[in-house]
Design a protein around this ligand. Sequence first.
Ligand code: CTP
Ligand code: ZN
Length: 154
Amino acid sequence: MNEVDLRVSKIKDGTVIDHISGGYALDVVKILGITCKEKRVITIAINVHSKNFGTKDIVKIEGRALNSDEVNRIALVAPHASINIIRNYAVVEKLEVKLPKTIGGIVKCVNPVCITNSDEPIVSNFSVESVEPLILKCHYCGYMLEKSDVLSQM
Ligand code: CTP
Ligand code: ZN
């Protein structure tokens, strides 16, 4: 068993979000809308040793799989994360998160006078200008959103 496995035990069923850049686990929790008030066991490891990345964070959510929408959201704050679906202690699926070149709908433009914030129902659309640190450019008004702008609306 490696150091991390000794520190954080394996789970029976659920989802393990691994290889989150060190220090970003709470962003992942926030972007998933997890309030921690649900009666669900969640284990969070922050800044643990990683063979390949120096330090990494891990979030383990018991008894729950993630849908594709949630996987895509994670890519906004943890573009290098891997998602492991666990059933009966075994990793039955491994998903790599991937940030698409454009993001439609999930995030709102911060510019109050942007056309996407008017009464007309226009779905937001952003191009990903930078992955880490995250910068999204509004297709309609050119406003540049940072990760903090994205997190504050989740
Ligand atoms: N894990 C867990 N509970 C299980 C099985 C696995 O919490 N029942 C966790 C492991 O601790 C690890 C992640 O899920 O953080 C992926 O498990 P595994 O594929 O076995 O580990 P690695 O081979 O190290 O994964 P990778 O190749 O993605 O680095
Ligand atoms: Zn805009």
